[in-house]
Design a protein around this ligand. Structure first.
Ligand SMILES: [Fe+2]
Length: 234
């Protein structure tokens, strides 16, 4: 018997909308996830190590370097605040973007409307610790129903082949269903798209050094469909 934390109906993620009319990416319909090919080039380490990181806890002991935000300021908040409610789209590059031209170009070349862009620095955490941070994202707040569903795409910047992103769909009770568990390996260059509003997610990071990755909010639609189609393994 292991005394592991597990979310209950009281978890804040349970109230985040799951089924909505927003257009979604067809390739993600069955699992909420799609793997892409590894990045065919390397991002220089200084482009993520030398950015300005902010203390922001999400999914464990984390710090984030904002590369694009709602107004170009260096902050980690969502795209809504009272009197200025917007969906997680139409982001503006921050001062960090000038320090990471390879990353900024990569994000632009996805071709889709993007919201928050940031690198995450995650300290090691084992599975039991990680599960305490299992959650779903609130990516589509203020996103009009006829507008593309916001999902997130990852690019792994450090090489952590023994670490993985844990993904689970919800069961009928709205809680993560262990039968649906997927594990996404996090080697350098790994890329994938996750519907993080649909799937419960957290990273189990078994290394001894921090793991860095690029996380970008992107709008579902023809541009993202094209990016996925062009970069799926054959
Ligand atoms: Fe999340």
């Amino acid at each position: 018997m292991t005394a592991t934390f597990w979310p209950t109906r009281e978890h804040w993620s349970v109230d985040i909308p799951l089924r909505t009319p927003h257009p979604r990416v067809a390739a993600m319909a069955s699992t909420g996830f799609v793997a892409l090919t590894d990045l065919p080039y390397e991002v220089p380490a200084h482009e993520y190590l030398d950015l300005e990181y902010m203390d922001w806890k999400s999914g464990g002991d984390t710090n984030f370097a904002p590369i694009a935000t709602a107004d170009g300021e260096l902050d980690c908040r969502g795209f809504w605040r009272e009197g200025d409610e917007r969906p997680d789209k139409d982001a503006v590059f921050t001062s960090n973007a000038q320090q990471c031209p390879t990353i900024a170009r990569y994000v632009r070349e996805i071709g889709a409307n993007f919201g928050r862009v940031r690198t995450i620095k995650l300290e090691p955490q084992d599975r039991d610790t990680a599960i305490r941070s299992l959650h779903r994202d609130d990516n589509n707040r203020f996103n009009p129903d006829n507008s593309g569903w916001v999902v997130r795409t990852w690019l792994e910047l450090t090489d952590n082949p023994d670490s993985y992103m844990l993904l689970m769909d919800s069961g009928a009770d709205g809680l993560p269903d262990p039968a649906t568990e997927m594990r996404v390996p996090l080697h350098r260059g790994a890329r994938f798209v996750v519907d993080t509003q649909r799937l419960w997610h957290v990273v189990v990071h078994l290394g001894t050094q921090p793991r860095y990755a690029l996380i970008t909010s992107v709008e579902s639609g023809p541009a993202l469909e094209g990016f996925v189609a062009a970069n799926r393994p054959t």
